[in-house]
Ligand binder design. Structure first.
Ligand SMILES: *Cc1c(COP(=O)(O)O)cnc(C)c1O
Length: 400
């Protein structure tokens, strides 16, 4: 196809985009309108957990589309029932509400906690969240987020989201008062720069929330569904939260999200929650296909093996170029660059020829890696080789 920048004038300008149009994707690879191939370590922001257009998703979509696309959320459908049961059988949760995006699932979690607070805590409604957290782009989830500047763009904010510091239990304790109903966090802050909550902190949070009889909500939109080396990241710290949200990886690329909770917390009554597309069979059939793939023998051990390998290769790269090391959990990792060359590296990587490389820099001194969970060792090696050459060029001033 042909593409001129003016062809995009009908779109609202919400983010600067490069002058390329992606036309095809397969596994870890994307192809643009000029036929150039890119090794994709972003995967739609940790969304394509099985890579681009995996066979199991193509099959689930085509099979289901021929049968039934949407009977309405007022009726049961078979994929919705099957997927809800698969999720409760493989997590500590008892009840599921399906949604279409991470922000929508988090809105549901906030509503569920406030409803529970009405019933059990005298109308307590405050949910403690964290600096640098990211929970979505609706008004309430922007207010819950700890992104610098987000408190003023669409002021006034939704009230009731005091902020604490990650891995600082005293800062959480300080925020607790009679109005507190829950604490909500990402087990690893993704957009904030791949900052893991320590297992000790997660355990201390669980103890603290139990002591004060308030809820613990994990936003696993980015960390869940195998991303961190376990099916869900809360399992890394051996705790059981009261509420969890999932999106991104759960749909392997299609819009699907879920709000899960323990039986004691499932206090919605008819009229409280819903949505036209919530639980539609086309998307929930994909969710089942994705989760079954992750549950197949050997899949998660292989994710852990590749995580360890990516971590060791990033550390080696850091040693080679005198960078600041790496961090993360599972296949959600960051390379600490030690200087603000992240955006320059992202741009140079994409513009490289003949093969491009897609990377993400959530902070200028950081690169984030979120490959498909079935990335191969050879693809990791290829990425590391391309990145090494780029860092060499940028450090030597050859690349601009
Ligand atoms: C991406 C993300 C969201 C928002 O999900 P959307 O599907 O974009 O609404 C919420 N929380 C976390 C932790 C995320 O990474």
């Amino acid at each position: 196809m042909e593409f001129k920048p003016a062809d995009a004038n009908a779109l609202m300008y919400i983010t600067p985009r490069p002058d390329i149009v992606f036309t095809e994707g397969r596994g870890m690879w994307l192809t643009d309108h000029n036929g150039k191939a890119y090794l994709d370590f972003m995967q739609g922001w940790a969304v394509n957990c099985l890579g681009h257009s995996p066979q199991c998703i193509v099959d689930a979509l085509t099979t289901q589309a021929k049968k039934l696309i949407n009977p309405s959320p007022a009726f049961y459908n078979q994929p919705m029932l099957e997927f809800a049961n698969l999720l409760t059988e493989n997590s500590c949760f008892d009840r599921v509400f399906f949604a279409n995006s991470g922000a929508e699932a988090n809105e549901g979690a906030i509503k569920l906690a406030r409803k529970w607070g009405k019933q059990h805590k005298n109308g307590a409604f405050e949910i403690i969240t964290f600096d640098h957290s990211f929970h979505g782009r609706t008004l309430a989830t922007m207010s819950a987020s700890g992104k610098p500047g987000w408190d003023t763009i669409f002021a006034p904010q939704v009230a009731g989201f005091p902020k604490a510091d990650l891995n600082d239990i005293a800062s959480v304790e300080k925020c607790i008062n009679a109005n507190t109903v829950a604490v909500m966090l990402e087990p690893v802050q993704g957009e904030g720069g791949v900052l893991p909550a320590s297992p000790e902190f997660m355990q201390a949070l669980r103890a603290l929330t139990k002591k004060h009889q308030i809820l613990l909500i994990v936003d696993e939109v980015q960390t869940g569904v195998g991303r961190c080396g376990e099916l869900f990241a809360y399992q890394l710290s051996d705790i059981e939260p009261d509420i969890m949200t999932l999106a991104k990886g759960i749909g392997g690329g299609v819009p699907l999200a879920a709000l899960l909770c323990k039986e004691e917390v499932a206090c919605f009554v008819p009229g409280d929650q819903g949505g036209t597309y919530c639980g539609n069979p086309l998307m929930t059939a994909v969710g089942t296909a994705v989760l079954k793939e992750l549950l197949s023998p050997g899949f998660m051990p292989a994710v852990r093996e590749k995580s360890a390998y990516l971590s060791s290769q990033l550390n080696a790269l850091s040693d080679q170029f005198g960078l600041d090391g790496e961090r993360g959990a599972g296949l959600l990792r960051a390379l600490k660059l030690g200087s603000d060359i992240g955006p320059q590296l992202v741009e140079a990587a994409r513009n490289m020829n003949p093969l491009g490389l897609l990377l993400n820099s959530p902070r200028p001194d950081l690169l984030r890696f979120m490959p498909a969970l079935n990335v191969t060792i050879a693809e990791i090696d290829q990425m590391i080789a391309l990145l090494a050459e780029l860092i060499r060029q940028v450090k030597s001033g050859e690349a601009v």
